[in-house]
Design a protein around this ligand. Structure first.
Ligand SMILES: C[S@@+](CC[C@H](N)C(=O)[O-])C[C@H]1O[C@@H](n2cnc3c(N)ncnc32)[C@H](O)[C@@H]1O
Length: 200
């Protein structure tokens, strides 16, 4: 079980859902959806899974680009997350209320995943748990593409705050090729978008 789980109660979803407390979160989601769309990855019928999705804001803007995609999401509190999810995808997204480490290490996806997303999420999980999450992702889940919008610089790390912000070495390179990176408009020194493709 991830160490900092207790820092994210159901009420946290009202800050980070579809109608977030800070408007830059909406800009981040639009930027993420544009990035995927720019790579022409949002094809009909694909399966997209976002861990730590909160109210699925990223998935909503992706769905606006192509509504003929299948959406899967997970976060700690299903009800609070779905309360903060846009009507257009609320009944469509298959949502799992579960800790990410438990999800990835104890379960396997029912469908092959085309695009797997983590945005501002793994950075809120402790180092040991993320090592285990990445290992299981590479060996068991094996999505075709992985998109991270996470801290890429140690400069942004701050473990002692209420919502710890952790820098991780993602170490995907033995199984995935890094095919593109883009620095984020908000806080470009800390965050970037990193798109990986399964080798072979
Ligand atoms: C900063 S929000 C990001 C939400 C969304 N991904 C975005 O891009 O705006 C971090 C999310 O991670 C979730 N979270 C934190 N620790 C978690 C854990 N151990 N397992 C699952 N979700 C977790 C929180 O509940 C929250 O929804």
């Amino acid at each position: 079980m991830s160490k900092y789980k207790g820092s994210f109660p159901p009420t946290y979803q009202d800050r980070v859902g579809m109608w977030p407390q800070h408007s830059f979160l909406t800009e981040n989601s639009k930027e993420l959806a544009d990035f995927l769309d720019g790579h022409e990855l949002l094809k009909d019928g694909i399966n997209i899974f976002e861990i730590g999705s909160g109210g699925c804001r990223n998935l909503k803007y992706i769905h606006d680009k192509n509504n003929n995609v299948n959406l899967f999401a997970s976060d700690l509190h299903k009800e609070a997350s779905l309360r903060n999810t846009h009507e257009s995808i609320k009944d469509k997204v298959i949502f799992y209320g579960i800790d990410t480490l438990t999800l990835i290490s104890e379960h396997e996806p029912e469908e092959d995943i085309d695009i797997f997303i983590s945005s501002d999420h793994l950075m809120h999980i402790d180092k040991e748990s993320v090592i285990e999450i990445i290992d299981n992702l590479k060996t068991k889940w094996k999505p075709k593409y992985i998109l991270f919008r996470e801290l890429y610089s140690l400069e942004g790390q701050e473990i002692g705050r209420r919502w710890p912000r952790v820098y991780h070495e993602h170490n995907l390179e033995d199984v995935y090729d890094l095919i593109d990176t883009k620095s984020c408009k908000n806080n470009p020194n800390w965050y970037n978008l990193r798109l990986h493709k399964l080798k072979g």
